[in-house]
Write a protein that binds this ligand. Sequence first.
Ligand SMILES: [Zn+2]
Length: 483
Amino acid sequence: MEERNEQPPVRAFGNVTVDPLSVAEPAHDLEIEEILDCDTGEYLDVRTWISSWRYDQVVELRSAIRERLDRSPWFRCSLCSVSVYLASNHYKRFYFKHQREDGSCPAQTRNPLSRDEILARKYHGQRESKPHRDIKALIARSLAADPRYVDVQQERQWRSSHDPSSRRQPDVQATGPMGRLAFEVQLSTTFLDVVVARRAFYRENGGLLVWVMGRFDPEYRRLTTDDLLFNNNSNILIVDEETAALSERTGQFQVHCHFRRPVHKGDTLADEWDSALIPFDTLTCERDRQRCWHYDYEGEAAKLRALIESERAAQEAATADALRSALFAFWIAREPNTRPDAGTLAAWADLRRAFAGHNIELPQAPDDDSSLVALLNGIVSAKEGRPVGWGFRHLVEVGHRIADAYKQHVAAFGHALRHFGTAELVNSQDRSGKWKERRQIMRGSLERGETDYLPDRATLALVGFLMPGVQEKLEKLALKEPA
Ligand SMILES: [Zn+2]
């Protein structure tokens, strides 16, 4: 502040001469840091605003601001709402001064305000701006044009029904087909706290709070607009000259609604902006959530997400199905006990890679692991209803082979017979009753929690992939392993 009163050190006489085309400079120490532009309803940072002009422009602006001071002030202090004008110090640096300096502005008393106090003051200050007054009047005009809305009032208190000391002063209020309504104009600076506090008040008092904007550009949204947008099912209501004229012409309160519409883009959900001119009373009003919207973004987005998810699942199932079939086909075509040729190895490498994508590891070559060969022989034989991979004549012989030499795969083979519907075939081939006998022995052993026939844990994922649903059943057996 001292700077303003000091004489410039470099020149003892006269003034500092500034190049008119240079950038205007704010004074170092500003009393008023932020101002309200009453023409736009925007809050401006004084330093940024001054530096956005050339020196010659600011000198001109000074007069324009002065001239409007008593009529309709251009700028006001953000903390006390007193009109302000632009002054310059000896360095030809600029700053804003209150029109009335009575020392009551928190900026002068230097009493720090709480964040809530600052927000409340700025919120009230904004009501002095021209856009705010204009939109308020347009809402009142629109309501007055529609005979179904009565008690249309501006800036009147709404007292809480159960706590007389609690009250709000909505910009406009009215009673219509959907009950008692409070309209609040939203400019750039309605803070989320204010939005939340107001919503709670009207919910408790049986009213519906409706936020209205004067214009909306989906490509240029402030966070404060998003606070309203996303709390209102992605709908924004606009009242402007066009809608007010339409309301008067039709005798029905009309609003312009901007909303997000979910669209199916590739395999994800994207948004498109849409808008519609609609009668206010056709909006969906939710008093409990204090929402008021035209297009059900949430509902439509949920439906679309479910559709995308089911498409994704179907795609995944088709991919898994194709991979299963490919492995089965490979195993059926494979020539056992011969050294695989290059084509066979390449086909196996492809399968191996694809299974790795499902976190299932297959051996380097199809014959590398005799236990795995036996498992696949068993499953594919059960699927085909005939021995595959072994030179037997009957499927029941496959069962005996596994029970003899690969006890860890007996349970998987048993499930494969049921899974592919070939259990009866094996039973019909069991003339001697030996298979039936063995099955009882194996079941008894597993039920007693003995380890003889416990499934091989390392193969459970592969078994589950080849026979969906079987992995869970085998895991239950594998868990029975005694301590
Ligand atoms: Zn002030």
